[in-house]
Design a protein around this ligand. Structure first.
Ligand code: NAP
Length: 407
């Protein structure tokens, strides 16, 4: 076995992944240690099963969150951020947001400091998991949510503050816009640069993973210069960077009689409220969805619910410099240390990470094994309470059950 080495990024944005990459992990707070133990066990087993002794991951722990504070007096030590950037790919459990310590959210800070501009959330049905849909198996979507701007940029002022009053006065006297008395005010910036890099990454993903369409989800009928511009810039980047590999929905019907030529991704756009209806009524017409921050927050949780809940939803935050794969739920403090909760979200995020590294056989092995383990109905409490005839097992036992299913 080769010595452990860092993953590196090539000038064209692709990765060079050694056979024994060093991957930093943040265990996380609350239930983090329980779900991380199960996850590491499953990922290591999948790599071992698929590549024998040829490949292996060398894990490197980064003390962040409560562990970081205990060790360094800092919840988010700068060395941890440097290490993630230096190693290109990392994985993390959930982190508690320390209340009253002047930190808005550690997760948001990590995304901002590393410029992880795309929040990527695949949504796929796992057989046996109870779903409110009649045909949840028709859902196979991946949401690319812009992570750095929109109403989440944190530019807002509370009702009655000097700043809110001054801005209201400026808008009234200089721009002719009236704001109701005592309104809190938030600013919604959406820029061409940040939109285009997000939509470009969504199109690249669709092309690489065989998705037939990228839908630009927006509310441009009302917010023309932010959400409407998002759609317009999305079409522009599709044409400029992927002209030979994409067609618009108009081309699809005008030129191709409704049948997309092989290998071409259809770029379409939908008004946000309409898309919420469509993903319930005709989910199989949608693949990759690219959208600004707030829409993306809503649609990714709604889609996760359609396939049976947030407990199993995987996710990643990806930028040009590095990528962090993470559980989408929080630290569930009441279950901390009980070896009880479902590690599925972090395990499936680990499978995404393996795909991202190009170790797709191992990623597929993880997804197939988790599917088989759930089908065998030996599951953690959250699934056991919904699946008829299921036997409740601990978090670690569920991890072992997944490993046992690996072919
Ligand atoms: P939460 O930790 O996600 O927990 C809410 C509920 O969701 C739990 O009580 C549990 O429901 C269910 N749940 C969550 N994870 C589960 C799992 N792995 N298996 C089974 N059930 C699971 O949300 P919260 O209580 O609002 O947040 C707690 C802390 O987490 C806060 O400090 C928050 O800032 C932080 N947080 C971190 C992240 C992150 O790191 N990305 C994300 C969100 C929140 P039942 O009790 O009904 O079983």
């Amino acid at each position: 076995m080769a010595d452990a080495q860092k993953i590196t990024k090539n000038s064209d944005g692709t990765l060079s992944v050694p056979d024994c990459p060093i991957i930093p992990f943040i265990e996380g707070d609350g239930i983090g240690p329980d779900i991380w133990r199960a996850t590491q066990r499953v990922i290591d087993a999948a790599v071992e099963k698929r590549y024998g002794g040829q490949r292996r991951i060398e894990w490197m722990e980064l003390p962040v969150g409560e562990k970081g504070y205990a060790k360094t007096g800092n919840y988010l030590p700068p060395e941890a951020l440097d290490a993630i950037e230096a190693h290109v790919v990392a994985i993390k459990g959930p982190l508690t947001t320390p209340i009253g310590k002047g930190i808005r959210s550690l997760n948001v800070a990590i995304r901002q400091k590393l410029d992880l501009y795309a929040c990527v959330r695949p949504v796929r049905y796992i057989e046996t998991v109870p779903s409110p849909m009649k045909h949840p198996e028709k859902i196979n979507m991946v949401v690319f949510r812009e992570n750095t701007e929109d109403l989440y940029a944190g530019i807002e002022w509370a009702s009655g503050t000097d700043e809110a009053e001054a801005l209201a006065e400026y808008l009234k006297t200089q721009m002719g816009s009236n704001i109701p008395p005592l309104a809190g005010i938030g600013i919604k910036p959406i820029s061409p640069g940040n939109t285009k890099r997000l939509v470009a990454s969504a199109i690249r993903y669709a092309l690489e993973n065989g998705f037939p369409s990228v839908t630009l989800m927006h509310k441009g009928n009302i917010m023309k210069f932010t959400e409407g511009a998002f759609a317009q810039w999305g079409y522009e980047v599709a044409k400029a960077q992927f002209g030979g590999q994409t067609i618009t929905e108009a081309d699809l019907y005008d030129t191709y009689d409704g049948e997309a030529p092989a290998g071409k991704v259809v770029i379409k756009d939908r008004i946000a409220d309409m898309l919420f209806q469509q993903v319930l009524l005709r989910p199989d017409e949608y693949g990759v969805i690219a959208t600004p921050n707030l829409n993306g927050d809503y649609i990714s949780d709604a889609l996760a619910a359609q396939v049976g809940g947030l407990g199993m939803a995987p996710g990643a935050n990806i930028g040009d410099r590095c990528a962090v794969f993470e559980a989408t739920h929080g630290t569930a403090p009441k279950y901390a240390g009980l070896d009880k909760v479902n590690p599925g979200s972090l395990i499936l995020s680990g499978a995404m990470m393996l795909d991202y590294m190009g170790w797709k056989e191992a990623g597929t092995a993880v997804r197939e094994a988790i599917q088989a383990a759930i089908k065998a109905r030996r599951v953690t409490y959250d699934l056991a309470r919904q699946i008829e005839g299921a036997e409740e097992v601990k978090c670690s036992q569920f991890g072992e059950a997944i490993v046992a299913q690996m072919k």
